[in-house]
Ligand binder design. Structure first.
Ligand code: CA
Ligand code: CA
Length: 358
């Protein structure tokens, strides 16, 4: 059927075109292997300067918080070197602690130190590996401190040391990774960090001297060195609780420390200050009154004066003649008739002579 064949070809061709149009384009995807033992990086997390409490009561704060001072007691030469069989993935078990250290309520006399930036308690196995994960997580490994859990390696001679400082009762046990670097990174990108365990308080401090080996001045801290691929935090015995400082986030800076404590959250962060007034304010009059107050008698005395004052003579004055007459005048009186003529001759006057008797 000469007419039928061309039609068949056309129909078949159209069907083929339709099929091609609905088949998606296949692109070549190269699945990158996890870089040098790292797990694929998760999305960066927001990092807080403080955290906790976790279910046990641990809290942390970093040295960007007022009251948390960065300190770094370098033991890169003074400390006792741990024997490292492999500068890449090695854990040293049975490191004796100079004092019983209580971690999540359990006393430990030894710990394990890994070249991949981990400390572990009650552990006797092989290195848990460089593949860091989140905290807390019931997935192994558990019961750990992660100052810098990542795929790390010492570039040449391993320098993982321990040292105890201070006096009994307030000692610090220090574990320090000196001049370590991210696996495969340039030799210039070395980092130094330490963990300090505190006797008595059972506090834990992670201190970072990134991009160098003290006392040399630190170099440039890359994002990777700042923790862009690392886990930093703590986790309890069964992985049921813990504190995560950062996960796959460039959160670290040179001269930073992170302080964990089982004593609850730091008072300087959580306490609300209370103010108690201790002084009673005194007010002083600053203006002098300008008006003179006037007093108005409001009561009129109503009583009547009834008593008459009496005077009593208390003394009778006496008068005494003070003068005596001293002479009496002798006068010869002469009587002169005042009128008429005498009617009788006055009697003769007799002379009396004095008789003198001898
Ligand atoms: Ca875990
Ligand atoms: Ca490693």
């Amino acid at each position: 059927m000469p007419l039928i064949r061309p039609r068949l070809y056309i129909v078949l061709s159209m069907l083929l075109l339709c099929l091609l149009s609905i088949i998606p384009h296949v692109s070549t995807t190269v699945v990158q292997g996890a870089a040098l033992g790292d797990q694929p990086a998760a999305a960066p997390m927001a990092v807080a300067a403080t955290g906790g409490p976790d279910a046990f009561g641990y809290c942390f704060r970093d040295s960007t918080v007022s009251g948390e001072q960065f300190t770094f007691t370098d033991i890169s030469t003074s400390g006792t070197a741990l024997t490292i069989s492999d500068p890449d993935d090695t854990i040293v078990n049975g490191v004796a602690l100079p004092f019983a250290f209580t971690y999540y309520g359990v006393n430990y006399a030894t710990l394990s130190a890994s070249t991949n930036g981990l400390l572990r308690f009650n552990y006797a196995g092989t290195d848990p590996g460089a593949s860091n994960g989140t905290l807390p997580s019931v997935a192994a490994p558990n019961n750990l401190l992660a100052p810098y859990w990542d795929d790390l390696a010492f570039p040449s001679t391993p320098n993982l040391r321990i040292q105890t400082i201070g006096t009994a009762g307030s000692r610090q046990f220090i574990v320090q990774w000196t001049g370590i670097r991210l696996f495969g990174q340039p030799a210039a990108g070395v980092m130094t960090f330490q963990v300090r365990l505190y006797e008595g308080s059972n506090d834990i401090v992670f201190a970072y001297y990134l991009a160098g080996v003290p006392p040399a001045a630190p170099g440039t801290v890359s994002a990777d060195m700042a923790g862009a691929d690392a886990t930093i935090g703590i986790e309890n015995q069964d992985g049921s609780t813990g504190l995560l400082y950062s996960l796959n986030t460039a959160a670290l800076t040179n001269a930073l420390q992170i302080h964990f404590t089982p004593a609850g959250c730091f008072a300087t962060i959580t306490a609300t200050p209370t103010r108690t007034a201790t002084n009673t304010p005194t007010r002083t009059a600053t203006n002098t009154p300008t008006n003179t107050p006037t007093r108005t008698a409001t009561n009129t005395p109503t009583g009547t004066l009834t008593a008459t004052p009496t005077r009593t003579t208390t003394a009778t004055p006496t008068r005494t003649a003070t003068t005596t007459a001293t002479s009496i005048a002798t006068t010869t009186s002469t009587r002169t008739p005042t009128s008429g003529s005498p009617t009788a001759t006055p009697p003769a006057r007799k002379l009396y002579l004095p008789l003198i008797i001898r």
